[in-house]
Ligand binder design. Structure first.
Ligand SMILES: [Zn+2]
Length: 254
C-alpha cells in the first residue's frame, strides 16, 4: 500500500500537457520580443497557436509543422530559428471525436465542445477539419520598437474573408483560472487546405466538419523568459480582461 502510494507520487508528468511561452497580458502590454525558438517550442508539442517575434503574424503548429499567416494574408513556413513571444502548445492526442452538424458557426462549435468536454476547468485542445461556406480571420502587422500595446495594433488589423473553403481550425479552450496568463475560453486559428490563407479566427459558418478533441489535464510548463528585460519589467498589475476581449473578438465584419 505504502509502496503503491509512493510509486504513484513518483510518476513522471504526462507529456500531454500544455506548454506556454510567456503570458497573454505581457503580449497585451507590447512585449513582442521573441523568447523561445520554434525549434525549442516544437520539443514541447506538435500542435498549438501563438505569434512571432515583433508580432509578425499568426502562428499555427499543426502535425509538427509551423505556419505563419502574415498581415499580407499569405501563409509562410517559418524557419525553426525564428522565435515566439507568446505561444501555447501540446502533444495532440485526441480522446474525443465527433461529426459537426451542418451550418455550425463559432458559437455552435463552442457549445458542441462544451457538451462533449463538459468540465470547464480542463484545458481542451481541438482540431476541426471541415468545409466552410465562410471563414473570417485576421492577422497582425509586424511591429517595430518601441512596441505599441496590442490593442493599438489590432485597431488596424487586416481582416480576411474566405468563402467555400476547405481547411482546419485548431485551438484551445482554456479554463477561467488562466485569466491574465492565457486566454480564458476559446482561441482558434485557421489554415486553408491549399495554404491560400488563414489566421486568427473571428467568425465562420461550417458546412460540414469532423472534430477531434484532446482533454488536457496538465498545465505542464509556463516558460517565463529568463533574459528578457521587457518581460521582466512589464506592468502586469492591471486587469486586462476587457482589453483582451476587444483584441481577440473585435472587428468582426458582418
Ligand atoms: Zn490568435
Amino acid at each position: 500500500m505504502v509502496l503503491a502510494v509512493l510509486a504513484a507520487g513518483c510518476q513522471t508528468p504526462s507529456t500531454n500537457g500544455i506548454t506556454q511561452v510567456a503570458t497573454i497580458d505581457a503580449l497585451l502590454t507590447g512585449v513582442y520580443d521573441g523568447h523561445m525558438s520554434l525549434k525549442t517550442l516544437r520539443t514541447y508539442g506538435d500542435f498549438g497557436i501563438g505569434t512571432f517575434e515583433g508580432l509578425d503574424g499568426e502562428m499555427l503548429l499543426l502535425d509538427g509543422s509551423f505556419y505563419k499567416v502574415r498581415a499580407d494574408g499569405r501563409v509562410y513556413r517559418p524557419a525553426l530559428s525564428e522565435r515566439t513571444p507568446f505561444a501555447c502548445v501540446t502533444t495532440f492526442v485526441p480522446d474525443t471525436r465527433d461529426t459537426i452538424p451542418n451550418s455550425t458557426d463559432l458559437k455552435g462549435l463552442e457549445a458542441r465542445i462544451d457538451t462533449l468536454v463538459p468540465q470547464p476547468n480542463r484545458f481542451c485542445a481541438f482540431r476541426v477539419r471541415g468545409v466552410f461556406s465562410r471563414v473570417q480571420t485576421r492577422s497582425v502587422p509586424a511591429q517595430h520598437k518601441p512596441y505599441p500595446p496590442l490593442a493599438d495594433v489590432t485597431k488596424t488589423q487586416p481582416v480576411f474573408s474566405f468563402t467555400n473553403v476547405c481547411g482546419t481550425l485548431i485551438g484551445f479552450r482554456a479554463p477561467p483560472f488562466v485569466k491574465g496568463v492565457n486566454v480564458p475560453g476559446y482561441h482558434l486559428h485557421f489554415l486553408a487546405d491549399d495554404q491560400s490563407g488563414g489566421g486568427h479566427v473571428l467568425a465562420f459558418d461550417m458546412t460540414q466538419g469532423v472534430l477531434a478533441a484532446d482533454t488536457v489535464h496538465d498545465w505542464l510548463h509556463l516558460y517565463l523568459p529568463t533574459e528578457s528585460a521587457s518581460f521582466g519589467t512589464a506592468d502586469l498589475t492591471q486587469d486586462r480582461a476587457a482589453t483582451l476581449r476587444a483584441v481577440e473578438k473585435s472587428s468582426v465584419i458582418k
